[in-house]
Design a protein around this ligand. Structure first.
Ligand code: SAM
Length: 302
């Protein structure tokens, strides 16, 4: 039976046997900037792979070239995943060593791959991590904000109304929050972060981690928003880290309440929607119920 979990503590997992990977799906982290961050084991697995499943074959092709490797590549991304997954799983079932990589960092973290991993498990295929760089962990490690509890949001929705609704859900979580963000959206996102979470929350902006122009800027959300507004959109890749709440965030606006209710009402009963929204936004149930009835009434009249 294929092994789907790591060896028990104390059992050696390194040494000569690990040089020839057993058949299975290897989820291989690759550098987020600095090539020196590719682990020796990642290199070994890539060298032994019968197939490398990646996002962009040009990006992974360049990485393999720098490693002196020539491999069969198969692109796997959100637009073709459902179509190509069966062929990858069939190859795994025949006993291939398959490496899953993304353009940078750890596959499946704000990147494609989790369904492939899940379906491989469901078929009893050996699935192994080859851990390494991930922008969220690199960012947390240098942000100087509490790391005992953190919540990874990944990318926020691009539109402000939806983004604010998501932020309203996160505002009361007693943990550090981690966001990935695109440079052209940073200013708008920081504005919503400041307004929904409160400008006093400590935060850090990490840019181009492990690369030439690496930068860590720290301050309150209000200070970071003002700095970005003054300097214009930064270049490169970004992670925003926000420290846990130290005081109650500003109460949800009527607009946020309405957006949250509409979303919840589309998914379930009035009762469930009211309970979920009241809990999420920290509002009294009675207030949310009244607002929900007014919304439903308004919709009926329209
Ligand atoms: N799977 C990757 C990981 O493990 O971090 C993340 C992939 S996601 C599509 C790409 C986002 O990660 C970027 O938009 C940026 O927010 C963040 N990111 C990746 N590399 C980075 C770097 N060197 N510095 C800062 N952020 C980075």
């Amino acid at each position: 039976m294929p092994r789907t979990s790591p060896p028990p503590a104390g059992e050696p997992s390194a040494g000569p046997a690990s040089r020839q990977p057993t058949p299975g799906l290897y989820v291989v982290a690759t550098p987020i900037g600095h090539l020196g961050d590719l682990s020796p084991r990642a290199r070994e697995v890539l060298a032994a792979a019968d197939l490398v499943v990646c996002e962009d074959t040009r990006v992974t092709g360049r990485l393999l070239k720098t490693l002196g490797l020539k491999k069969r590549l198969r692109s796997y991304h959100e637009h073709n995943a459902a179509r190509v997954r069966p062929a990858i799983l069939a190859e795994l079932a025949r006993g291939a060593v398959v490496a899953l990589v993304s353009d940078a960092g750890t596959p499946t973290i704000a990147d494609p791959g989790y369904r492939l991993v899940r379906e491989a498990h469901e078929r009893g295929i050996n699935v192994r991590p080859v851990p390494g760089p991930a922008a969220l962990i690199a960012a947390l490690s240098v942000a100087g904000l509490p790391t005992d509890r953190f919540f990874f949001q990944g990318f926020l929705p691009p539109r402000s109304a939806r983004r604010r609704a998501v932020l309203a859900e996160l505002a009361r979580i007693p943990a550090t929050l981690v966001f990935y963000e695109a440079p052209h959206r940073l200013e708008a996102s920081l504005k919503d972060l400041e307004e929904v979470l409160g400008g006093a929350r400590e935060a850090a902006l990490l840019r181009e981690l492990t690369k030439l122009h690496e930068e860590c800027r720290r301050g309150t959300l209000a200070e970071l928003r003002a700095a970005v507004e003054a300097a214009g959109p930064p270049r490169g890749e970004l992670v925003v880290v926000v420290g846990p709440p130290t005081e109650d965030p500003p109460p949800a606006t009527d607009e946020e309440l309405e957006q949250a209710l509409r979303q919840a009402l589309a998914q379930g009963s009035l009762r469930d929607a009211v309970t979920a929204v009241a809990r999420r936004l920290g509002l009294p149930r009675r207030q949310v119920y009244r607002h929900a009835l007014a919304l439903l009434d308004e919709d009926q009249r329209a």
